[in-house]
Design a protein around this ligand. Structure first.
Ligand SMILES: Cc1ncc(COP(=O)(O)O)c(C=O)c1O
Length: 411
C-alpha cells in the first residue's frame, strides 16, 4: 500500500486524543520521539510546581506536611498510578528511583523464598536490573544470578528460582513479554515474579492483578511525563504485603515514624516500602503528569500507540528501503511496546543528524536507533515528517559529516 500524506492527515483529523497535544509545552520545530526516555513537559506542571514552591513551601513551610498533605503524596500518587497498571489503590506507592525499588523488592522477594537461591533474568535486560541483581548477589552469599536468552526463560524456571526478574517491554527492541503466561509459569514452580514496567507504564495495557503479578516497579519520567529523574513506583500484590519487608528500613517505612521509637517496626501495607523523606517537588511534577495522563482514555492511547508504531514501520519500509535499516521491533502490536527501533551500523551518527534537523530520538549501543511514539502529544503527520527526514539523511549520506561522530556522555 502506498501511504499518502493526505490519508495520514485524515488520521490526525479523526484522532480523539489530538486536543491533548496542546496540553504539552513542546518546542517549535521539534518532532519529539523520545518520550519513552524522558516524557515531554505538561503545561500544567510548571504552574503546579511553582505553586508548591511558592505557596506550600514558601508560605506553608513545615506545616504543609499536614496542611498540603505532603506526607500522603507517595500513597496518593501511587493510587493514581495503580489505575494505569491494573492494581488496587493500596498496592502501589511512589518512592526512590527504579533501581532502588528494584533492590528493595529483589531482597524482599529472596527473603520470602527460603531454600531458593536463584534470581532468573534475561540476557540483555536493562543494565540497572542486572547490576542491582549482581549487587544483591554480593550482599547475599550463595545467591546466583542466572541469565538466559528470552526464548529459554520459561524452561529455565525451576525449583531453585526465588525471583524471576523481567523487563516487560525491552528497552532496545521494544519486544513485550506475555505477562500472564510467564507469571503462571513462575508460580507453577513456586517462584515470585518481579516485573520492570519502565517501558510499559502508560504505553501498553497493563493488568497486574489480572495477571496475578507479585511485584513490579517502574519509571515516572517516561510515558507518565513526571519530569527528569521523577520518583519511581513499586507494586506489591496485596496477599504478599504482610510478609515482605524492605531491606532499607528507614523511618518513613516505620509503623509510627513520629513516635521516634528506637526499634524498627514496619508499617502495614505499602508504606513499609518507603525509606526516607519523600521528594515533594518531584512528586508534585509526577502527580501533574499522571493527572494529565488519567484524563485520556487508555483504550484510545493503546490504539493510537499501536497505529503510530505500525505507521512508522510501514513508512520506513516503504520510503527507506535499501538504505541499510533493519527493523529490531516485533511486527505484532501485541508483542511490542510503544517504541520502534531500527538497526544501522552508523546508528549513532544518523541519530545525531536527525536531532540536528529537529527529530529527537535516541541511540542505544551498538547500533539501535530508537523512536518513542507517544500517543498524547504526537501527530501521525509527525511520523511522516520524521521518516522523510530519516530518508533524506540516509540517501544524502548526511550522517557521514564528522561532527555527528562525536559522542556525548548521554546518547
Ligand atoms: C527497563 C528500565 N529499568 C530501569 C530504568 C532506569 O532506572 P532509574 O530510574 O533507577 O535510573 C530504565 C531507564 O531507562 C529502564 O529502561
Amino acid at each position: 500500500m502506498n501511504l499518502e500524506l493526505a490519508a495520514i492527515r485524515a488520521l490526525d483529523r479523526s484522532d480523539i486524543l489530538a486536543p491533548l497535544r496542546d496540553r504539552f509545552d513542546l518546542p517549535p520545530g521539534v518532532i519529539y520521539l523520545d518520550g519513552n526516555s524522558l516524557g515531554a513537559l505538561p503545561r500544567q506542571t510548571a504552574a503546579r510546581v511553582a505553586d508548591v514552591v511558592k505557596s506550600e513551601w514558601g508560605s506553608g513551610l513545615i506545616r504543609s506536611w499536614n496542611t498540603a498533605d505532603w506526607i500522603g503524596a507517595p500513597a496518593r500518587v501511587g493510587a493514581k498510578i495503580a489505575r494505569i497498571v491494573g492494581a488496587m489503590p493500596h498496592e502501589v506507592i511512589v518512592a526512590d528511583s527504579t533501581s532502588v525499588n528494584l533492590f528493595k523488592l529483589l531482597m524482599a522477594g529472596l527473603a520470602d523464598r527460603p531454600g531458593r537461591h536463584v534470581i532468573l533474568s534475561e540476557t540483555g535486560n536493562f543494565p540497572t536490573d542486572l547490576y542491582v541483581a549482581q549487587g544483591v548477589g554480593q550482599l547475599m552469599p550463595g545467591v546466583e544470578i542466572r541469565i538466559v536468552s528470552r526464548d529459554t526463560i520459561e524452561d529455565a524456571i525451576d525449583e531453585t528460582v526465588a525471583v524471576l526478574m523481567l523487563t516487560h517491554v525491552h528497552y532496545k527492541s521494544g519486544a513485550r513479554f506475555d505477562m500472564p503466561a510467564l507469571t503462571r509459569a513462575a508460580h507453577a514452580k513456586g517462584a515470585l515474579v518481579l516485573w520492570d514496567l519502565s517501558h510499559s507504564v502508560g504505553a501498553v495495557p497493563l493488568d497486574l492483578n489480572g495477571a496475578k503479578a507479585d511485584l513490579a516497579i517502574g519509571c515516572g519520567y517516561k510515558y507518565l511525563n513526571g519530569g527528569p529523574g521523577a520518583p519511581s513506583f513499586l507494586f506489591v500484590a496485596e496477599p504478599h504485603q504482610a510478609r515482605l519487608q524492605s531491606p532499607l528500613s528507614g523511618w518513613m517505612g516505620h509503623a509510627k515514624p513520629f513516635a521516634f521509637h528506637e526499634a524498627y517496626r514496619p508499617a502495614d501495607g505499602m508504606q513499609r516500602f518507603l525509606c526516607g523523606t519523600p521528594p515533594i517537588l518531584a512528586l508534585a511534577a509526577l502527580e501533574s503528569g499522571v493527572d494529565l495522563f488519567l484524563e485520556a482514555d487508555m483504550v484510545a492511547i493503546v490504539a493510537k500507540s499501536q497505529a503510530l508504531c505500525g505507521l512508522m514501520i510501514e513508512l520506513v519500509e516503504e520510503r527507506c528501503s535499501g538504505l541499510g535499516l533493519s527493523l529490531a521491533t516485533p511486527i505484532d502490536p501485541d508483542r511490542r511496546g510503544s517504541h520502534v527501533s531500527f538497526r544501522h551500523e552508523h546508528g549513532y551518527a544518523i541519530m545525531q543528524a536527525l536531532i540536528a534537523r529537529g527529530v529527537i530520538g535516541d541511540f542505544r549501543d551498538p547500533d539501535i536507533l530508537r523512536f518513542g511514539l507517544t500517543p498524547l502529544y504526537l501527530r501521525y503527520e509527525d511520523i511522516w515528517n520524521a521518516v522523510g527526514c530519516l530518508r533524506d539523511i540516509l540517501s544524502e549520506d548526511a550522517f557521514r559529516d564528522p561532527k555527528y561522530a562525536l559522542r556525548s556522555v548521554v546518547t
